[in-house]
Design a protein around this ligand. Structure first.
Ligand code: GDP
Ligand code: GDP
Length: 495
């Protein structure tokens, strides 16, 4: 058995207010310009001279259905240039306390200096999602220059031009995904589902808006912190063995700790330390919830899977070996795939099909089972499969090692140089795609991790044919791996 320590901790309580995103950085990098563009207002003064005095200024923004508040920390910069680094530090520290996510803005044309590294280190230590906006990146050369800023150690790097509105969408997509979902937003989104779930789990619907609504602040951690912590969702149909697996992975003593008396329905995460990693099993309270009727429980398991995926880096998709892959398994697997999370397929109850079977069938064969499973879950071809018995507590070490491997792959980055050499070697003639759907790729870069996302600079702006996408994915996997994680593409047409 692997060695690990376990603790039960409550998830952050739901935020009543909108999530707060803070914009930080040196003077003159374009923070106000970015702020103004986002809030589409002119409430902060933009000026060229460092040392101009401004107030901390708040605005609101909506993107992709997510609303958040923005604060521009640019203001109150002292006239004495000597004091500027200290002052930026102080402001960033305040921002770090208040904000749910931070956007550090740098000017693509400036040289990095040691205060920049110090600032980044401090920001990352805060454990909040940090995004680097490399501003004033106009034109392709500048976008490439933005790559240099990866040295700072922030994984989420976005070349933007605040002035010209370039690259802002990508930045906001990432920010919107990382900030916590407020209770209000969540209940609006899944009102029907949640109502249904309450009926299932509580034996009757609650009054809408009642005080003890289950809050759930969904957090994805980024930056330095994330190297050490990986969030894991255990998903699957009722009775596949989710809580048995959780028990086996986290130890045998079970204690549901609720942060506040009477709020046992709150989400509870469990932390396990494994080697140099911290594994966070998300919303384990949900895993233990049992449905009343089979049909309701089945529906609930899909609702819960979607919710758990939002908070996770890696999903353990459980399949019951005694039943094979069912339609609901495929539905849940489909959500896992689309969510962009890494997936490990766990075939549980393997003990029950390999030893003397009560139903008179011959013992199951791993290879045949996997072939059938792969056929039923085609889109998850990148997900490793583990056969185990949660009940006997066998195979837990393999699960934890696989989680570790998959979490690392998910955050892996391929340099543009490596990508160019790779692209030269691909024989696109082998791609099984109709001529009319063929596009030329001039070059490609990995724009993001988790999941690895590649931007293809192409001659035409058409959607990638699925066969072409699959071809390219396989080529990338052959060269670079990316086990367990989906690979995403974005097209940028040259025109
Ligand atoms: P702050 O001190 O960080 O808030 O920076 P400001 O928003 O006041 O911008 C400083 C200067 O950079 C202004 O002259 C802006 O017009 C200019 N600037 C801001 N964003 C961009 C950009 O995307 N491209 C270019 N070329 N200039 C920009
Ligand atoms: P959940 O609804 O997905 O959380 O499933 P449970 O963990 O409650 O397990 C459902 C049933 O399957 C229980 O009776 C478990 O004892 C049984 N079970 C779970 N894991 C295994 C396993 O590895 N082998 C066998 N034979 N039974 C298992």
């Amino acid at each position: 058995m692997p060695t690990y320590r376990r603790s039960v901790i409550p998830t952050r309580a739901g935020a009543e207010n909108l999530p707060l995103v803070a914009i930080v950085g040196r003077p003159n990098v374009g923070k106000s310009t970015l702020f103004n563009r986002l809030t589409k207002s002119r409430r902060s003064i933009v000026g060229d001279e460092p040392g101009i005095t401004r107030d901390r200024i708040y605005g609101e923004y909506e993107w992709g259905g997510r609303r958040f508040r923005l604060v521009d920390t640019g203001g109150i910069v002292p006239d004495d240039p000597e004091l500027i680094p200290t002052e930026i530090f102080n402001q960033a520290r305040v921002a770090l306390q208040d904000a749910d996510a931070l956007i550090l803005v740098v000017d693509v044309r400036t040289e990095l200096a040691s205060p920049d590294y110090d600032l980044v280190r401090m920001l990352l230590r805060g454990g909040k999602p940090v995004f680097l906006a490399v501003n004033k990146a106009e034109g392709e050369a500048m976008a490439a220059a933005a790559e240099n800023f990866r040295q700072l150690g922030i994984r989420e790097v976005y070349p933007v031009s605040a002035e010209h509105g370039v690259g802002i969408g990508e930045l906001l997509d990432a920010v919107a995904e990382a900030i916590p979902v407020t209770a209000a937003e969540q209940s609006a989104e899944t009102e029907d589902e949640v109502a249904e779930e309450r009926e299932v789990s509580e034996g009757g619907p609650l009054e809408p808006g009642s005080e003890d609504e289950p809050h759930r602040a969904l957090h994805r951690t980024h930056g330095e912190f994330e190297q050490h912590e990986t969030s894991i969702a255990i998903i699957g149909r009722p009775n596949v063995g989710k809580s048995t697996l959780l028990n086996a992975l986290t130890g045998t003593t079970r204690a549901i700790v609720s942060p506040i008396a009477g709020t046992t329905r709150d989400a509870v995460d469990e932390l396990v330390e494994f080697e140099d990693m911290r594994l966070r099993f998300v919303d384990t309270a949900g895993i233990r919830r049992k449905g009343k009727t089979h049909l309701m429980a089945e529906k609930l398991s899909v609702v819960m899977a979607r919710r758990h995926l939002e908070a996770a880096d890696v999903a353990l998709l459980l399949i019951d070996a005694t039943e094979g892959v069912t339609a609901s398994d495929a539905t849940i697997g489909g959500y896992a795939h689309e969510s962009g999370r890494s997936v490990i397929i766990v075939v549980n109850k393997w003990d029950a099909v390999t030893t003397a079977r009560t139903d008179g069938k011959p013992p199951a064969d791993r290879q045949i089972f996997e072939e059938q499973l792969r056929k039923a879950l085609k889109y998850l071809d990148y997900a490793p499969v583990i056969f185990l018995s949660a009940k006997e507590g066998k195979g837990m070490g393999r699960v934890l090692h696989e989680v570790k491997a998959v979490a690392a792959e998910r955050r892996k980055r391929v340099t543009t140089g490596q990508m160019n050499r790779f692209l030269e070697k691909i024989d696109f003639q082998r791609a099984p795609v109709p001529m009319a759907k063929r596009i030329r790729i001039f070059y490609m870069t990995q724009a993001a991790v988790a999941p690895p996302t590649f931007v293809l600079f192409t001659d035409r702006d058409i959607k990638l044919h699925f066969a072409f996408e699959r071809f390219l994915q396989n080529q990338i996997r052959d060269s670079f791996g990316f086990k367990g994680t989906p690979i995403w593409f974005k097209i940028k047409a040259r025109n």
